[in-house]
Structure formats: C-alpha cells, structure tokens
Ligand binder design. Sequence first.
Ligand code: NAD
Length: 381
Amino acid sequence: MLIGVPAECVAGESRVAVTPETAKKLVAQGHQVLIQSGAGLAASAPDAAYETAGAQTTDAAGALGADVVLKVRAPSEAECAAMKPGTVVVGMLNPHDAPGLQRLAAAGLTAFALEAAPRTTRAQSMDVLSSQANIAGYKAVMMAANAYQRFFPMLMTAAGTVKAARVVVLGVGVAGLQAIATAKRLGAVIEASDVRPSVKEQVESLGARFIDVPYETQEEREAAEGVGGYARPMPASWLTRQQAEVAKRVAQADVVISTALIPGRPAPTLITEAMVQAMKPGAVIVDIAAGRGPDVHGGMTGGNCPLTEADRTVVRHGVTIIGETNLPALVAADASALYARNVLDFLKLILPKEGGIRIDLEDDIVAACRVAQDGQVTRKA
Ligand code: NAD
C-alpha cells in the first residue's frame, strides 16, 4: 500500500503522523512510505532519518496522492482537494466538527478520526486523546513553573526557608493526572477537583488531596457517573457547591492547572473573574481547556477561565494566564513518537497482512472512528 505523510499545515503544528521508527515498521510490513520533505523536521526527525528507515521523501502532492494519507490534524480544504476520492485518511479529524466532517465526505475521502475510538482496553494502544493529553498535562506544569517567579519545592537554606508551591488541578482526566504527577515530582503541594468520584483514589495515590464535594441528590450522583468514562454536565446545585470549594483553594493557590472538558460541549467555567481577582499576585493559571470555553466577550476563546485568551499569555489582576491551545506540539518529538505509534496500531485494523484495505464495521474501533465514506458523513458529529 502507498502511504503518504504530508507536512502539517496548521500554524504551530510541529507534530508529524509518522516517525522514522514507525516508517521502518510500515516498510517492514511491505508498504511504501512517501513523506513530504521536511515534514518531521520540527519533531526532530530529518528527511535523512526517514530515508534510513526505508521511506522516500516527496513533495506535498506526492504525499497526498497516496492510497492512505496519515495526518496529525484534519486536512485543509486544499489538502482535501489534492487527494483522490477513495483515499483513506487517518488523523485527529475533530469528530465533533460537523462542517469539517462534511468537507471530508464531499471530497469522497474514507476518513477515520482517531479521537472517536472507544475508551476500551483494546483501543488503549491507539488512544490519541490519552497519549496527547498526557503530554499536555506535563507541559502545562513545565510552563507554569517557568512563568512562576518562585520555587516549586520547599527549600531550607542558610538564607531561610522557601515554602512549597500550592498547585490546584481542576479536572483529573489523563492531562490532570499527569499534571499532578509532574507537579509532585517538582515538590509542590497539590489539591485536585473533578466531577467524577472515581478519580479520588487516583488523586490520592499520586500524593495529592482530593477536593471533596459530596453528592446530595440522585440526579447529582447519576450525572457524576458520566458516560463511557467521560464527564457529563453536572446539575447546577452541585456546580454551585463545587465552585465555592474550588474558589477557597484557588484563592490560596500559587498555580492552577485547569483541564476540565466535556466531550462535544463548551468547557465548563470553573475559574471566574472574581476568583482570579482573589488570587495571589504572581499566581499562574495554565488553562488546558483554552479555546474551548466561553470568554468575556461572548465568544469561545476562553477555557475553564473566561479571562483565558486562546494562544496568548495575559496578565489579569496580577495573575498570569497561559492559554496555549496546542501543548503537545511544544513537546513535538515525543508527542509525535506516541501519536505515530497510535496511528500504526490503528492501521493494523484496516490494512490486513494479505494486502488491500479492509473496513470491518463489526470492529467497534473501526466503526467508531469512521467519520466519512463514499461521499457520506457516517457519524453524527
Ligand atoms: P477529558 O479530557 O474529557 O476531561 C478532563 C477531565 O475534566 C475529566 O476527568 C472530567 O471528568 C473533568 N471535568 C469535566 N467537567 C468538570 C467540572 N465541572 N469540574 C471538574 N472536573 C470536570 O477526560 P480524559 O482525560 O479524556 O479522560 C476521560 C476518562 O476516560 C477518564 O476516566 C480516563 O481515566 C478514562 N480513560 C480510559 C481509557 C481506557 O480505559 N482505555 C483511556 C483513557 C482515558
């Protein structure tokens, strides 16, 4: 099979869908890998490394002309036009973006959005949300430590004692757990909040304290259970109590890492402007939900904090708010390494050893990820 890897064209996207390591494996499986020259450069993978792995370098048209095109981000309008109908496209294709899916279908592409894979044990090795969120959680803490003008660990020195930083993590999914683990390694004291009660144990096992907000009604308990491991919107009654608890902790925090998301919905507002006003001068918020939540102008460039500005770092009421929307791209080499392995594992499901492409809709992962085929959108956005 001819497998093409175009360079990513979204601004700031430094990841690549195939690394020399996975190119070598694809070639060993009998595929021909055509990678656009320079596609891996920002992820520390020069053309020579791909050539050593047995891939061939080409231009954008060469990569997009392949039978199977591997991407990090959804193809642009121009990329869709450059691919022949029937091309199989695999990438993070935004399964919640209806116009985007329509564009893939209109181009006649057979498209697989890896974010739509079920959160099951079998799908774990191809779970791009986890592999990339893990990196986002790590990098968020690194950025916070960089912007924070004090130490993270407690230090006892001849010149006196320095207190450990207090870190509050809001939303304890994959990114939140990694943020806790990373902040812990740096010596911070950590508290964390989530709507899902099941994360309490995980938070405590990492040495952080869980901010308990007991459920008082059946409706609250049911919503908290979520669906498929994901959060559902919580009733207003619980959110009000959660906000009061979180507000107390945020007021004392040196660093807040917020990661709260609900699939297919705007990110919930957890840090209001009044809460930012009450924070200590010099405190830092890294809002991993940046660009997915309401902002103060009535738009959607905020995150879990409406003062967050997507892709900008701003100082509001003495607090630095970091709104980087693509944290994994700032750890491009490892983010690509993990993403490329996810892609490689997914390909095993649709590229059988005997050759050709097999789209087996009895396979729950293939069925869940398929978003377009034969000119039709095959999944409700
Ligand atoms: P996510 O990115 O969708 O959301 C981040 C976190 O925000 C979640 O923990 C969510 O509960 C939380 N959240 C939502 N609203 C909130 C609010 N108002 N206040 C506080 N927190 C709020 O989550 P994710 O990282 O994709 O993980 C989702 C779940 O899937 C987790 O349980 C994770 O452990 C599970 N998971 C399972 C597998 C597997 O079994 N293969 C793989 C990966 C993740």
